[in-house]
Design a protein around this ligand. Structure first.
Ligand SMILES: Cc1cc2nc3c(=O)[nH]c(=O)nc-3n(C[C@H](O)[C@H](O)[C@H](O)COP(=O)(O)O)c2cc1C
Length: 287
């Protein structure tokens, strides 16, 4: 594998080494598939042959020869493993390594966003295709996909996810687990965030889903913005089934065929506006 040369060592403050980045040139020469093949060869050179993954020891041993990162300290190697280790098993599998290499190459990220997007989509989808089929999971939507680093561009957030056993779905958790680098630099601290959710049934965990998700915000130092009762009369609907609560907007999926009602949509719209107002106020008061 051709070796990008490091000019800046990664640290806990700046976990991403800055390469004299050869990846865009390699991508131009080899094409998307060729580059992935090359990365896979690099993975094999770096991995622990017995375990089939890149461990701290195997990276420490081989980083200099394969990546040209001769002066890495133990801390640097730990940072690199931490940065790429989405499933938090202490090692890098092949997909984690490829995604990490893409993320270390900002120019390549810009040039080949679709390759990265596919890789990330696969990484955060924790269920095999077969299981998704059996669950009648809907086809992938055309919505844009972001990487954890894209979060730094936003002044505020409204995070939404379906419930799995009373808390956020593992796929969303996997995305948040990949924000370790942002946590280290405190890039999200002070940013406001609201939460919205979908459960299958009433009593299926609307509030617990939001409440248990607050820990994610707390660790980043983000500010949880509930809607309280600011939605007014709609909060007291007793005749018709209605999702959502003071914690945020919500809906019920039922057997998958139920769509959000007009009132639930209005509540979600209200939440967006309400959080945008708070975000604006916070932004003005910090400049
Ligand atoms: C493994 C699993 C666990 C779930 N747990 C709950 C639950 O605790 N409470 C609930 O009301 N619905 C639960 N549901 C239903 C989903 O929350 C519901 O279908 C979801 O809101 C719609 O999103 P989906 O398209 O991801 O299924 C669960 C679904 C699955 C597949």
């Amino acid at each position: 594998m051709a070796t990008p040369q490091s000019s800046t060592r990664p640290t806990h403050q700046n976990p991403q080494p800055t390469f004299h980045d050869l990846f865009p040139a390699m991508a131009g020469k080899l094409g998307g598939e060729g580059l992935i093949d090359e990365l896979c060869k690099g993975f094999e050179l770096l991995m622990d042959g017995d375990k089939g993954v890149i461990t701290f020891e195997s990276l420490r041993r081989n980083a200099s020869a394969v990546l040209g990162l001769g002066d890495l300290t133990d801390d640097d190697v730990r940072c690199m493993i931490d940065e790429g280790d989405f499933d938090r098993d202490g090692a890098l599998n092949q997909m984690e390594f490829c995604v990490l290499m893409f993320r270390l190459s900002p120019d390549l990220m810009d040039a080949s966003r679709f390759v990265v997007t596919e890789a990330i989509e696969e990484e955060f989808e924790t269920l095999p295709e077969e299981a998704l089929l059996k669950m009648s999971a809907p086809p992938k939507s055309g919505s844009p996909i972001i990487t954890p680093n894209d979060l730094t561009e936003a002044d505020g957030f409204v995070l939404g996810f379906p419930t799995r056993f009373g808390m956020m779905a593992a796929q969303f958790k996997a995305f948040l687990d990949a924000t370790g680098g942002l946590w280290r630099t405190q890039a999200l601290a002070g940013k406001p965030a609201g939460i919205f959710y979908s459960t299958g049934s009433q009593g299926g965990g609307q509030e617990t889903t939001a409440l248990t998700a607050i820990t994610q915000l707390v660790h980043h130092g983000m500010i949880f913005v509930p809607i309280g009762y600011t939605f007014g009369a709609g909060m007291f609907e007793m005749e018709k089934v209605k999702g959502g609560s003071p914690y945020g907007a919500g809906t019920f999926a039922g057997d998958g065929s139920r769509q959000p009602t007009q009132l639930e949509l209005e509540q979600a719209f209200h939440q967006g506006k309400y959080i945008a107002t708070i975000t604006k106020k916070l932004k003005v008061s910090t400049v």
